[in-house]
Design a protein around this ligand. Structure first.
Ligand code: SAM
Length: 318
């Protein structure tokens, strides 16, 4: 377990229908949120405990005030080998030179469609030009770009091939993601585009598509299309076929720690920090909670509260 995904806010400037209702969710109050100082202390304890990589996500990380100041401080943390970000790219472009200076090497950019109308119908905001601008600026600064696209029946299956075509001339990695039930309300219609169907669609358009070696701990099955500069990947996020190599710990904006996206919170680290626990005691609680991790995402889901999954992904971080 060497990878922390920290959601720094639940707030977001998009309203992706598969993530939250149009009116948003019950946003956390400032008091419920971990402060930047608390997050910094937590990251420091985690890094001392063996975390090597931290991904900052949300909600939309750039939507929280003073995010760049936090990032600059985090970049100084001794022992932390890599910081990455997941962003929707709407507010991101002006910060890219600073991201480069801080040593950010890779950014995950969510972009479910290359068609402005479809993008609007999915995100409920007309922001595709800003996201594309962010993608080009990241590449111009030699920051690796992974594009996240959730594949959804009746919404963006027409985008599967155009997104793969992006990899022809651009060194980006496009990752198609199975839709998960974290949509902020009851009523997940079931998965109609699983990784096999997505792969079949790619194979029928690109018969020469070839499997490439997946990086260690990768959640995506990765492929190259001959002649393309970038590559494509599929994340079986609902099928959950990669749990055996999971190295992730998640912490939500209110400090709930999860050892599996599909499971319950196993510990509230903010409460420990606010209740006077010293670093060593916090570390012990974290390690204790990790020892009890479910075998895989299916077991974690069975063990969670009797209620089904109704929370928004914005409260967990993706
Ligand atoms: N706001 C940032 C962004 O849009 O990338 C970071 C947070 S967002 C919750 C992280 C990722 O989770 C995004 O790529 C988003 O598409 C994905 N996501 C959100 N809800 C999802 C769902 N129900 N199924 C699959 N992926 C989802």
């Amino acid at each position: 377990m060497n990878y922390l995904r920290l959601a720094v806010t639940d707030r977001c400037n998009l309203r992706c229908f598969y993530c939250m209702p149009e009116h948003g969710i019950d946003w956390l109050s400032r008091k419920e949120l971990m402060s930047w100082e608390e997050m910094m202390r937590l990251c420091s304890i985690m890094v001392k405990s063996g975390i090597e990589k931290i991904r900052l996500t949300g909600g939309e990380p750039f939507a929280r005030k003073n995010f760049m100041e936090f990032l600059a401080e985090l970049a100084q943390l001794e022992g932390l080998e890599e910081i990455t970000l997941t962003t929707n790219g709407v507010l991101t472009a002006p910060y890219i030179p600073e991201l480069k200076k801080l040593g950010i090497k890779s950014v995950n950019l969510s972009m479910d469609s290359l068609d402005r109308n479809r993008f609007f119908s999915i995100t409920r905001r007309d922001e595709l030009p800003a996201v594309l601008d962010t993608m080009h600026e990241l590449l111009r600064h030699n920051i690796a770009v992974k594009i996240n696209a959730v594949v959804m029946e009746g919404k963006n299956t027409e985008d599967i091939i155009p997104l793969a075509e992006l990899t022809k001339d651009l060194p980006v990695s496009v990752r198609y993601i199975e839709e998960m039930p974290f949509n902020g309300h009851e009523g997940y219609g079931g998965l109609s585009w699983d990784y096999i169907r997505i792969l079949d669609t790619l194979k029928s358009h690109y018969p020469d598509i070839t499997k490439i070696t997946d990086p260690l701990y990768s959640t995506s099955y990765n492929y190259n299309i001959p002649g393309h500069k970038g590559n494509v990947g599929i994340i079986a996020a609902y099928t959950r076929s990669f749990c055996g190599t999971c190295n992730r710990i998640r912490v939500t904006p209110q400090g709930d720690m999860r050892t599996c996206l599909y499971g319950n919170s196993v510990l509230n680290v903010k409460d420990l920090l606010r209740n006077g626990y010293d670093d060593k005691a916090v570390q012990e609680e974290i390690i204790n909670a990790i020892q009890q991790r479910a075998k895989d995402g299916h077991e974690a889901e069975r063990l969670r509260m009797a209620t089904g999954i109704t929370e928004s992904m914005a409260t967990i971080g993706g």
